[in-house]
Design a protein around this ligand. Sequence first.
Ligand SMILES: [Zn+2]
Length: 419
Amino acid sequence: MRRSDCRLCHFKDLELILKFIPTPVGDSYVPVEKIHQKQEEFPLELFLCKTCGCAQLLDVVNPKILYGNYIYQTSISLGLVEHFNRYAKEVLDYLKPAQASLVIDIGSNDGTLLKAFKRQGMKVLGIDPAPEASKSANAAGIETLNDYFREELARQIYEQHGPASIITANNVIANIDDLPSFIRGIRTLLSADGCFVFETGYMVDFVQGKLIDTIYHEHLSYFTVSCMEKFFREQGMELIYAEHIPTKGGSFRVIVQLKGGKRNVSPMVQQMIQQENKIGVGDPAIYREISQEVEEWKAQLSAWLTDMKSQGKKVAGYGASVGVTTLLYLFDLADKLDYIVDDNPARYNLYTPGHHLPVFSSDEIYKRNPDYVLILAWRYNEPIIKRHKKFLNEGGQFILFLPKLEIVSGAQLNQDAVK
Ligand SMILES: [Zn+2]
């Protein structure tokens, strides 16, 4: 389904700013018995709303296809546990809610964030559609409803548990198509002085870091403080706090209260809006530059890989995430790579969406001895190289293609490639 209006403000003055190559659902890695089935491809085109400044995909893939077969559970890394502990403490210090009042986390996964709130004496309730994640949260004593958050569920929760003083949702709202309805659910559940707190990807980081692999079908919207501030005002709420944070390549944390709430607006809100205007994230011109750079990268990488293939060299790719699917299509890499390796056992022995390149454990590079490994999971360039020094010592070479094309060999390693 393609929307014809902006997801936030419903105006229809939308400009196409990035046109990528259509891909299957980015996370739809398939088992061997399905590789003969063609996977449906969906457009991957980013539009900018010229009324409110929200960048967004207008093509909404049916959630049954998008999430249907994939029971997604984020693996909670050590870094994330620390992040959530700090998160809970910072939010409580800032908002000072009534003691032992209710905190609800939407998309609560295995309850890691709620555990941190519970340790601080708050009552907690989780909501998560992934069955395995909710099961492990409940087993750990964090009451979790295995469901999608929606208005009707919000009413039921209110009747059963009363109002919430804090509702959190991290890396959730960018994936919601009908955001006004989602926010009506939030308003139903919040106490009069309650706050909604969320973290989501930040458009400024997308532009400055050229995070093109964050464009995939699950990720429908790319927000700024500016567009969020307008949106919440329309929804009878008030954006009172915004903070730039490093999570996931660049995100921001936002706090919103009901209109007429008692809290003051932090000066950071206006500061971030001014910064966004200065950078020009609401101006289509900046995206034309990104498009052009992508074309240049693509030409450079393509020429180099074609040359290597003609010399009979073997090239593997490193990384099998949802964003890698975007890169494989956008840079036309599938016929230039022999296979993919990854460090997530859940991906081993599956095949990439659409092209059906096999995915192996990264240890396979020592058995298959590729000449080059192209790092697709480019935000992890450094840890991957460190982890596989042995590959370099045995004569293998890594190709970094983002943020710029660079070849790392064992000889260079001792110089300056990895400090
Ligand atoms: Zn809009």
